[in-house]
Design a protein. Structure first.
Length: 508
């Protein structure tokens, strides 16, 4: 039991271990289902092994589940030896697939906790956060081990499986958030689309997240737990007219993370592939088929597996600002701006930017940053349409507000994410109105770089104007930045906008 098998399967290569077997409940002791004291009968098996450096991304541990099981419980541990400086130590993730199999995108997914938990259970009426409740049917289940990093001497693990026999309970009907809240008609709505709860590696309950979203002045928020849809049903009683709650997933591959924003409730999107497997396009389409948006998250983050390697051809938007501003956000902003240059000059579609907090636990501030979206109303479809069109700006908090647009030609006007169609030599006036940014400087950025800078009044509220032409600036976007804290480096943004395009070239 636990002997390593040499079976490698599929594009997402997986090592399959020897099966773990249990007695059939029908042929077990006379007390099966309950002992003389009324306690349910359980059986436990423990598997030990060592994974070598270079192990596949995923390791299947098959478990033969007999009839009559009401609950499956798993716990695990692994050794964390000290390693030399600069060498990766051991990190082992875990999840579960039921008797319907482990096929990519298949129906067998029952949960994932990554490295956030050391034990979990599933049964018909309940499950550990991160896992899906439902009956424990007979058949071959698979515990999915994910050796994220392996120390030079290998990763020694121990997995304990406990089955409880008894009647199968009733699966509760899920309750999902409504797709509409009480809005203000066509208006600017503030939201944070990258939030974690205890359904993955977050430490906050859904109730705590919703309360903090309201305290941050948000109109909408988005549940983005890693690689699971279990949180979709966890918001019952937490929504109201003042907060639109959207649900989705942070698809956490080994070659980068991507937000599936506001997929249909209950949708799970697979993550078990790398860029070399050529699978991402398929799963991006699955996100859209489920009504969601595809948004690469923190694309230049330096954590292992976080750097985005799938390209942006399938992206509906890109998360340029993730949490408190850091050097990798500056790189993401510059990289995104470079993509605008290519789009503006070629007439190809452009990818809007957004910003989110990626808040996990205290003291992570929900709504820092936030995406402020122009939408027809506070509904799922209207918010997604605004994000997709780039009718949005990113602000460090609800204290900061921007109004930005361009006028020219025959009194034509274009706002954020739009195109001002003027002749190339027509004078264009760009206007930015700012509130809530004391000590900051406003600047206008174009395909030729930053062409105009002006300090804001001491109060942080003011108006800045600049005149240009479409021949000089293919697009203009606004940045409001704090004073630099490191000599030679720009200050962190208080806010920045998506662009206004100038001229006659088509856009998305």
């Amino acid at each position: 039991m636990g002997r390593r098998g040499l079976l490698v399967t599929g594009a997402a290569a997986a090592l399959t271990l020897g099966s773990v077997s249990f007695a059939n409940a029908a042929s077990a002791d006379p007390g099966a289902g309950a002992g003389s004291s009324g306690t349910a009968r359980t059986e436990t098996r423990t598997v030990r092994g060592t994974l070598p450096p270079g192990a596949p991304d995923f390791v299947h541990l098959p478990v033969e589940v007999p009839c009559g099981v009401s609950e499956l419980r798993v716990s695990y541990t692994y050794e964390r030896p000290t390693v030399p400086a600069g060498t990766q130590g051991n990190a082992l993730d875990i999840g579960l697939f039921d008797e319907r199999g482990t096929a990519l995108g298949g129906p067998g997914f029952r949960g994932w906790s990554g490295g956030a938990r050391t034990e979990f259970f599933v049964r018909a009426d309940d499950a550990t956060p991160g896992y899906l409740r439902g009956p424990v049917r007979a058949g071959t289940w698979n515990i999915m081990l994910g050796p994220y990093t392996v120390a030079p001497e290998g990763l020694t693990y121990e997995v304990t499986i406990t089955l409880t026999y008894g009647p199968t309970g009733t699966v509760p009907k899920p309750s999902y958030p409504p797709e509409r809240a009480k809005g203000r008609g066509r208006s600017w709505y503030r939201g944070d689309c990258h939030l974690h709860t205890l359904h993955s590696d977050g430490k906050r309950t859904p109730a705590e997240v919703a309360a903090l979203a309201r305290a941050a002045g948000l109109d909408f928020m988005h549940s983005s737990d890693h690689n699971t849809s279990s949180a979709h049903r966890a918001w019952d009683g937490l929504w109201s007219d003042d907060l639109l709650i959207l649900v989705g997933e942070e698809i956490t591959t080994r070659n980068g993370h991507v937000l599936a924003i506001s997929t249909d409730p209950g949708t799970w999107i697979d993550w078990r592939y790398r860029a070399r497997d050529n699978r991402f396009g398929h799963y991006a389409r699955e996100v859209r088929k489920a009504g969601g948006l595809v948004v690469p998250a923190h694309p230049h983050s330096t954590c292992i597996g976080c750097n985005w390697k799938f390209g942006f051809g399938d992206a509906d938007a890109v998360e340029v600002w993730n949490g408190p501003w850091t050097a990798d956000d500056e790189v993401s902003l510059a990289d995104w701006d470079n993509s605008l240059v290519a789009s503006a000059r070629s007439g190809m579609a452009w990818t809007p930017a957004m910003g989110n907090s990626d808040a996990h636990k205290d003291p992570d501030a929900i709504g820092t940053p936030q995406t402020v979206v122009l939408a027809d109303d506070l509904t799922r479809q209207a918010i997604l349409a605004g994000i997709r069109a780039g009718h949005s700006y990113i602000a460090e908090s609800a204290k900061v507000s921007l109004t930005f647009g361009a006028t020219g030609g025959r009194a034509a006007h274009a706002g954020i994410g739009e195109r001002l169609r003027v002749d190339k030599d027509d004078a264009v006036t760009v206007r930015l109105e700012v509130t809530g940014a004391p000590g900051c400087t406003a600047q206008f950025v174009t395909d030729q770089g930053t062409l105009y800078t002006a300090p804001l009044p001491e109060s942080g509220s003011g108006t800045v104007e600049w005149t240009t032409t479409a021949s000089y600036a293919a697009y203009v976007r606004a940045e409001v930045r704090h004073a630099p804290t490191v000599p030679g480096l720009p200050g962190a943004p208080a806010a920045f906008t998506n662009p206004v395009f100038l001229g006659e070239q088509p856009h998305n």
